[in-house]
Each structure stands twice: as C-alpha cells, then as structure tokens.
Design a binder for this molecule. Sequence first.
Ligand SMILES: [Zn+2]
Length: 169
Amino acid sequence: MTLQRLYPKLTDQHEEPNYPCVLCGARYIRVELPYDSGSVAPTVGETLTGATSTDTGVVVSTSIYSGAVADGDAAGFVELSSPTGVDQDAGTSFQDNELITGSTGGSNMMTVNGDGHLNRYGRLYPESSLVERDGKRYCTPHYIFRYTHIDTDEFEVDVTDDDRESEEL
Ligand SMILES: [Zn+2]
C-alpha cells in the first residue's frame, strides 16, 4: 500500500540515491564569478566569456562591492546561469586574472578575480523519503497536498446521499 512509503525506512540515508520532488522544483546551478577592474556594467541576459578559458555563463544578477565602472575599477560579483566549462569535481569555472568579454559589454569589460564558484540549488531527498506515483516523485508534504483529496474523492464515490442520511439517523 502506498501509504506505507510516507514513513522513511530506517536506512542510512547517505547511501541511497537522492532525487528532487517534482513539486519542490528541479535543481538548477549558478556560477558566482568575482571580478575587479570592471569598466562596463554587466547587463542581465548577456553572455560573459572568459578570454582565456572560453568558459561562459549568462548574467542573472550583478553587484558592485567597491569602485565604479566609470573609473574602471569596479569590483564585485556576477551571478551566471547556464554555465559552460565548469570543472564538476572542483566546482569552479573561469580562471583568475583572465579578461571577460561580454556579448553586450564587449571585450575586457572586467577581470576575473579568483574562480567562478559553482552553487547548486534545489533540494534533493533520499529515495526512501519520497513517494513515487504515476512515474513522478513527491516529497511527503507535496504528496499529501497533491493526492489526498483525490483519494478521498474516489473513496466517496461509493457513498450515496441516502447512505449518509441513514448514518445520521
Ligand atoms: Zn516537494
């Protein structure tokens, strides 16, 4: 019976596979790229490319911690989506001191100051704490949210108004 799976098994959860819940959302990754010597403000949506590494990413957000682009010494972070060239083991991309070319900002718009750091978002659950139904995996709260009323409705199909009235007498 499916309901038994609502209770996690007593296994070492670190040794079993982990999966996302379809309602919690898919996993996604971002690269946090530190820069300095910024002379052009990055634009959300433009693609940045490392002139040496050829690693890339699409600007999601930007921040300046010090300096100013007008002075050519802006320093801060750029958050990138859809990164390419990520070293999956090290969790890094781009390389220190390489120049950045922007699809909007042009060549040498900033200099990498350190490494691009890979961040992973989205929660993963141990397989035993997920409920699988119709080929999809749900965390326990989302499984209850998604299916409890449906199961209840199906159960009540066999109960007629006459049955209810007779029970109330
Ligand atoms: Zn969920």
